[in-house]
Design a protein around this ligand. Structure first.
Ligand code: FNR
Length: 346
C-alpha cells in the first residue's frame, strides 16, 4: 500500500514538474526546419483535407493528446478533463502509463474516466515495455482502448530515483505485437530514436513507432529534480530531437508508420513533422500547460483553432492533403545539415 501511494505521488510530481519546466527554453529543432513560401497556392480551403491513417484507422485529426497521466486522485481529474476535451474536439487521446493500476486496481478508476467521458472517441492505452501480453490485455480492457502505446524509457529510468536497471524489452514487445488484437505503437518519452532502434523494432513486427524526441518535456530534468542529490543535471541535453529522429527514420529500412512527438508547440511544428514523414503527431506538454492555465473549454478551443490552422498551412503550401504536403520544399539550418552528414542520412 505504501508503495502504491509513493507511485501515486510520483504521478502528481511528474505533472507539477513538467509544468514547472515548460517555459524554460522554448526553442527546439523545429526552428531549424523551414518551408519554402509559395505565392500561388491555386487552391481553396474546402479542397484541403488534413485527415490521416494510423494503421487501418482513419483519423480526422493528424494530431492527438499523447500519453501523460493517471494513477492519483489529482491526475484522475486531469484524465477526466482531457477525455472531455478529446470528446469535444474529436481528436484521439492516449492514457498515461496504466502500470500503476495493474499493481493497485483501486487506482483503475483514474484511468477508466478516459473512456467514460469519451465513449465513442479513439483512445490509446499505455504500458511500460517491461510488461507481457496479459498485462497488455488488461490495460486495453481497462479503458476499452482502440490501440496500445508501449513506452520505452531507459533514459528516464536511469535518472528516476526509484528507476529500474533491467532493460530486456524486445521479447515482451515481440509477444505483445503478435498476441494482442489492437494496433501497437512503441514510443519513446522525449529522447528520440535512432534508425538502429527503429530498425530493431520494425524487424520484430512493430508497425507504428512514435519517435518522441527531445525538445519539449524533459524527463531527465524532471527525474533529476526528484532526486535528493540532483546529480544528473549533466544529462539534460541527452537524446535525439524529434526532427533528428524523423530524419533517422528516413534512413531506416522499414515501412513502419512513424509518429512524431516531443516539443510540438504549435500547428507549424505539426505540419513540419508531417512533412518530415510522420503519419500523425502526439502533443503532451503543450496541452497540459493549456489545461493547467485555463479550463477544459479553453484547451478545446485551442485544439479547434490548431485544426483550422493546420488546414490553413496546407492551403498556403498548395497541398490538398498530407501526401501532397510531402512534395513541398523545405530547407534546414546548418545544425541539422551537420547532423545529416555525420549520420550519413541523405
Ligand atoms: C508524459 N509522457 C509519458 N509517456 C508515456 O508513454 N507514459 C507516461 O506515463 C507518460 N507520462 C507523462 C507525464 C507527463 C506529465 C508528461 C508531460 C509526459 C511522455 C509524453 O507522452 C511524451 O513522449 C513527451 O512528453 C514528449 O512530448 P511533449 O510533452 O514534449 O509534447
Amino acid at each position: 500500500m505504501a508503495k502504491a501511494s509513493q507511485q501515486s505521488h510520483r504521478k502528481d510530481e511528474h505533472v507539477f514538474l513538467a509544468e514547472k519546466f515548460h517555459d524554460d527554453d522554448r526553442r527546439n529543432d523545429f526552428d531549424h526546419v523551414h518551408f519554402i513560401h509559395n505565392s500561388l497556392p491555386e487552391l481553396d480551403i474546402d479542397q484541403v483535407s488534413i485527415g490521416t491513417k494510423l494503421g487501418n484507422d482513419a483519423l480526422r485529426s493528424p494530431f492527438y493528446i499523447n500519453g501523460m497521466t493517471g494513477g492519483s486522485p489529482r491526475t484522475g481529474k486531469i484524465n477526466r478533463q482531457l477525455a472531455e476535451i478529446a470528446a469535444l474536439t474529436g481528436i484521439p487521446m492516449a492514457s498515461g502509463s496504466q502500470t500503476i493500476a495493474l499493481a493497485e486496481p483501486d487506482l483503475a478508476d483514474t484511468f477508466k474516466v478516459i473512456r467514460q467521458y469519451n465513449p465513442s472517441g479513439f483512445v490509446l492505452g499505455n504500458i511500460g515495455a517491461g510488461h507481457g501480453v496479459e498485462d497488455a490485455k488488461k490495460a486495453i480492457a481497462m479503458i476499452d482502448a482502440n490501440a496500445l502505446e508501449i513506452h520505452v524509457n531507459a533514459a528516464q529510468e536511469i535518472v528516476m530515483p526509484e528507476g529500474d536497471r533491467e532493460y530486456h524489452w524486445l521479447d515482451n514487445i515481440d509477444q505483445i505485437v503478435h498476441h494482442v488484437d489492437v494496433p501497437i505503437i512503441v514510443k519513446e518519452v522525449g529522447f528520440g530514436m535512432s534508425r538502429e532502434s527503429i530498425q530493431q523494432l520494425a524487424e520484430i513486427g512493430v508497425k507504428m513507432i512514435d519517435v518522441s524526441g527531445r525538445g519539449g518535456t524533459n524527463f531527465i530534468k524532471i527525474e533529476n529534480e526528484r532526486r535528493h542529490e540532483k546529480d544528473f543535471g549533466f544529462m539534460s541535453a541527452w537524446g535525439q530531437s524529434t526532427v533528428q529522429s524523423l530524419l533517422e527514420a528516413h534512413s531506416a529500412d522499414t515501412d513502419a508508420q512513424i509518429i512524431a512527438s516531443g516539443g510540438v508547440r504549435n500547428p507549424l511544428d505539426i505540419v513540419k513533422s508531417l512533412r518530415l514523414g510522420a503519419s500523425a503527431v502526439g502533443v503532451s506538454g503543450e496541452i497540459l500547460h493549456s489545461l493547467l492555465h485555463g479550463d477544459p473549454t479553453d484547451t478545446a478551443a485551442m485544439i479547434m483553432s490548431w485544426l483550422g490552422q493546420i488546414q490553413d498551412l496546407l492551403l498556403l503550401l498548395g497541398a490538398r492533403n498530407l501526401d501532397e504536403l510531402h512534395t513541398k520544399d523545405i530547407y534546414f539550418d546548418p545544425e541539422l545539415v551537420n547532423y545529416l552528414q555525420q549520420r550519413d542520412i541523405h
